[in-house]
Write a protein that binds this ligand. Structure first.
Ligand code: GLN
Length: 546
């Protein structure tokens, strides 16, 4: 039977709870343990699939096709352990299940209440995670302690601790210890109060992880220990890291967090082996070259909207020991014949990510035209691929006014359109082509060279597809459909013949990229960008150290 580690957050949001939880996961793997990770979100949306990137950042898609919280991306990247549709659920989903059961009469006329019905449902859904052969399940609770909507979740995890026994459940609390400049001091009071809220519910944290911008002096650590009822050695500091979030597992290991956890559970395990991980960090900390990659998006000002894309670009850099400088370009800026904005300077590669709706579309098309005509390495993803097909149709195949029916329903050349299956759909939530789909690769293509395989499986999240009625015309003009569904019906990858590196995918390769296993397309894209920058070793360079 698996043990549970619950991770809560205090004081403020955006502390990096997902990264910290994922780092704990990596640490336990380094100790030879088998883990699973889940995230529960106390908000009422049934899933994040319909939420705006402005509100929620990127929607992460699991292999089995669930639209989930972006923290699952951190889990997969840090731990290499796949997540599934059971790895993330919201209060909305919990209520939905309970209300369905109530309508069905499952409760036999009982009064339905927060405790025990909602809390029981939460416990059932936490325990539904596949625990087969797993030593530890890490469960991150979204939101901040003190949020009204989080109360039932905290009650549920308190009960799991009671039912499993204290030696099989552990509570980590991530808190914020601010430095007040004017006073020249760090302050422990917000953390004290946040832990007090937890203790009111009946949860006493076993370790406190303190996010802070400065070192936490010994006297403050003692104070946190005393007032928060946590052993002094279990008050840890998680300062902002210098180079990369991937340093955090090492920071926590240096303070013996893995030892604290193993002793709590009474588990024996070999010493931590972080050698592959630290070798990877070494490649980030001491890069040999730099490339500048422009990312032309609609949410360029947001940190989290293209999280997995930015991470996958960095992984591509790790594979080549190169630093990837990401230049965020707002697509709208490029509309109406405008030039690169000055900050874009001399780019070595261009990436157009996924998206929905018309805003910025013409800017993306303009940027792609430039990349295609100038031989600038280009990588298009999902909407980015659809824009590439639109651009190619208009400017290489002579199909004036070509467009996607998503943004231009009455275009004369609907090169991107809805397949019949999707045309009937009215609900927006969870109704796209989602999750893993197989893709057959054309021998000799850039894609086949990158993967070194004949067929692959990649994750999707879209409704629109390349229109087969235009395929012959586009191919005659030099568009290579190098990846297709095994039945040949759906176009999954396109390339531009004779271009140094112009590859666009209908799927989202970024979701599968990991720092220890950079995605082959991102690796080769960065390789091509390095070649453009000069002195590069081109596509297909050595993968990262394990
Ligand atoms: N809006 C496009 C579609 O639905 C692309 C989606 C995406 O980029 N994720 O097909």
């Amino acid at each position: 039977m698996a043990r549970y580690i619950f991770i809560t957050g205090g004081v403020v949001s955006s502390l990096g709870k997902g990264v910290t939880a994922a780092s704990v996961g990596r640490l336990l793997i380094a100790r030879g343990l088998r883990i699973r990770m889940i995230k529960v979100d106390p908000y009422l949306n049934v899933d994040p699939g319909t939420m705006s990137p402005f509100q929620h950042g990127e929607v992460y898609v699991t292999g089995d096709g669930a639209e989930t919280d972006l923290d699952l991306g951190h889990y997969e990247r840090f731990t290499g352990t796949p997540t599934t549709r059971r790895s993330n659920f919201t209060a909305g989903r919990v209520y939905w299940e309970v209300l369905h059961k109530e309508r069905r009469g499952d409760y036999l006329g009982g009064t339905i209440q927060m405790i025990p019905h909602i809390t029981d449902q939460i416990k059932t859904m936490i325990r539904a995670v596949d625990a087969e052969g797993v030593d530890v399940i890490l469960c991150e609770i979204g939101g901040t302690v003190g949020d009204i909507e989080g109360l039932t979740f905290l009650e549920a995890i308190r009960q799991i601790g009671l039912e499993e026994g204290r030696e099989r459940a552990m509570y980590l609390h991530l808190t914020y210890v601010p430095f007040i400049k004017a006073a020249g001091e760090i302050k422990t009071k917000p953390s004290q109060q946040s832990v007090a809220r937890l203790r009111e519910i009946g949860i006493s944290p076993d370790a406190l992880i303190c996010r802070s911008e400065v070192a936490i002096p010994e006297d403050a650590r003692r104070k946190l220990s005393l007032f928060c009822n946590v052993q002094p050695h279990a008050v840890l500091e998680e300062r902002d890291v210098a180079h990369s979030i991937y340093e955090i597992p090492v920071v926590l290991h240096e303070q013996d967090l893995d030892g604290i956890i193993l002793r709590h559970f009474g588990l024996d395990a070999p010493p931590a082996d972080l050698s592959g991980w630290t070798a990877m960090i070494e490649r980030i900390v001491r890069p040999e070259r730099t490339v500048r990659i422009g990312v032309v998006g609609k949410y360029s000002e947001l940190q989290d909207a293209y999280k997995s894309i930015y991470e996958a670009l960095n992984h591509g850099g790790i594979a080549h020991r190169a630093r990837v400088e990401i230049v965020k370009i707002a697509a709208e800026q490029l509309e109406n014949g405008s030039d690169w904005p000055p900050e874009a300077g001399d780019l070595h590669g261009l990436l157009v990510p996924g998206g929905f709706g018309a805003r910025g579309l013409e800017g993306k098309v303009a940027a792609i035209r430039r990349a295609r005509e100038e031989g600038l390495p280009f990588f298009g993803i999902c909407l980015g691929m659809q824009c590439a097909v639109i651009e190619f149709a208009r400017n290489a195949a002579g199909l004036a006014g070509a467009n996607s029916t998503e943004t231009a329903p009455d275009t004369p050349h609907p090169v991107i359109c809805l397949m019949e299956e999707q045309a009937e759909v009215v609900d927006l939530g969870g109704t796209m082509r989602l999750g893993n789909w197989p893709c057959a690769l054309q021998p000799g293509s850039r894609a086949a060279a990158a993967y070194g395989a004949e067929s692959v499986e990649e994750r999707h999240r879209h409704r629109y597809e390349v229109n087969n009625a235009y395929r012959a015309q586009l191919e005659a003009a030099g568009l290579v459909c190098s990846g297709r569904s095994p039945d040949g019906h759906l176009v999954e990858i396109v390339e531009a013949a004779g271009h140094p590196w112009f590859v666009a995918t209908q799927f989202h390769p970024e979701f599968r990229s990991q720092p220890l296993a950079p995605h082959p397309l991102f690796r080769d894209f960065i390789g091509a960008a390095l070649a453009r920058a000069g002195g590069g070793d081109g596509a297909g360079a050595a993968p990262a150290a394990p």
